[in-house]
Design a protein around this ligand. Structure first.
Ligand SMILES: Cc1ncc(COP(=O)(O)O)c(C=O)c1O
Length: 396
């Protein structure tokens, strides 16, 4: 039994999802196969992305994007020390794949309203070595993609969209994850859809798709055009040609089956979360004391959001830590707004990233904001009363 009446995620899997997983077990084809391919094709078609490779997590998707960018087979590959712009408010594995690829992350502070990178601060961080921007679409929202597209064009930059928190959100009616050269998605259990663990890496060029595909599976040529290229009659077994460096970041068929089944319900989830979000906001805003103490982050201009959580800012006269502790004690699970200012994390200090730089907006958001979950089944009045009571206790 959960100690929370309102956990971050509740019952993420339907009976149908579980049945899809059981079918895979019954078939004994548990390792990556046809269902994964089916999910990739369906995802590409619905999201309007050109190429998609499913992986075992959103972190792996980011890792493969950056390994692809430095891959020796890639035309115009990035070189050690090339710079990548990244918002300070990010997830750990939005950042580390940049460092692991021997590239240099250059932090830009966020816009404290959108929680996304402050587009207006990007240009002053661009140098001759800047080759890419990694965007993090935070908690269902987006920055101004029209401004990003202008910057991309002006400086000829590669854009990687970390869409792990924003599957289904749109900017000017176009899905996030379809603007950049690469985009990553996560199907971890608290996100818009869940496959247990799982992710997708999308890209626009066939060249990148094939390199990613090979690195996902040991650097193998299987299923890529390199299979033909390296076909030979000499000492090598043509079934096992390893032409590239690689990992094993494949998903299981079980994850693909659950992910595919959930993805078909994404629109339903979006609608239900919108409904529940409006109900929670309404109950808090109707209460005079609560209205003064809690503010809700909304979608930026031109964004049609797909939320999975409700991001909340506490007023100046409350201490966020106390609020969060009281909500936790009273049955509401909470989370920080991702990492806050990532430069403050011990890992960033150990690697000497962004030493002596200040990112006041990310610091502020970490100090005064948090988020709670949004269920995918309809909440009732009794539940709303409990929410109101917990927030009243937290505001005292
Ligand atoms: C912005 C962002 N990027 C990447 C990830 C990593 O995704 P995963 O947990 O599937 O590895 C997360 C995870 O929560 C995230 O929030």
């Amino acid at each position: 039994m959960s100690k929370y009446f309102h956990p971050l995620v509740k019952d993420p899997y339907s009976i149908d999802d579980i049945n899809e997983a059981k079918k895979i077990l019954d078939s004994r084809q548990i390792t990556m196969s046809k269902v994964t391919k089916k999910f990739e094709n369906f995802f590409s078609e619905k999201m309007n992305t050109k190429f998609a490779n499913m992986v075992n997590s959103g972190s792996s998707a980011n890792l493969l994007a950056f390994q692809c960018l430095i891959n020796p087979y890639r035309k115009n590959r990035l070189k050690p020390g090339d710079e990548v712009i990244i918002p300070t408010l990010c997830w750990s594995t939005s950042l580390w794949p940049i460092v692991q690829a021997n590239l240099k992350p250059v932090f830009v502070d966020i816009n404290a309203e959108s929680l996304n990178i402050d587009e207006d601060q990007i240009e002053r961080k661009i140098s001759k070595k800047t080759k890419a921007i990694l965007l993090v679409h935070v908690l269902g929202n987006s920055c101004n993609m029209s401004k990003i597209e202008r910057i991309k064009k002006k400086y000829n930059l590669i854009v990687i969209e970390d869409t792990c928190e924003s599957l289904g959100s749109k900017y000017k009616n176009k899905f996030l994850g379809t603007f950049g050269d690469f985009s990553s998605f996560s199907f971890y259990s608290s996100h818009q859809i869940s496959s247990g663990e799982g992710g997708m890496i999308c890209c626009k060029k066939k060249e990148d798709y094939e390199l990613i595909k090979s690195m996902r599976s040991h650097g193998w040529s299987r299923g890529t055009t390199f299979e033909k290229k390296y076909k030979s009659n000499d000492h090598l077994d043509n079934r096992f040609i390893f032409f590239n460096s690689g990992y094993n970041l494949r998903p299981t068929e079980i994850s693909a089956a659950i992910g595919l089944n959930q993805f078909k319900r994404l629109n339903k989830f979006i609608k239900m979360r919108n409904y529940n979000r409006a109900k929670i906001i309404n109950v808090i805003n109707k209460n005079e004391k609560l209205r003064k103490n809690f503010l809700f982050y909304g979608a930026s201009d031109h964004v049609t959001p797909s939320w999975f959580g409700l991001s909340i800012k506490v007023s100046k006269n409350l201490n966020k830590k106390n609020v969060v502790n009281k909500l936790e004690k009273n049955g509401i699970e909470t989370r920080p707004i991702i990492s806050g200012n990532f430069a403050n994390q011990p890992g960033a200090k150990k690697y000497k990233l962004a030493i002596n730089e200040k990112f006041p907006k990310s610091d502020l958001v970490y100090r005064n904001s948090f988020f709670i979950g949004l269920p995918t089944s309809k909440i009732n009045n009794q539940f709303l009363k409990k929410i109101e009571k917990a927030f009243e206790t937290a505001a005292n």
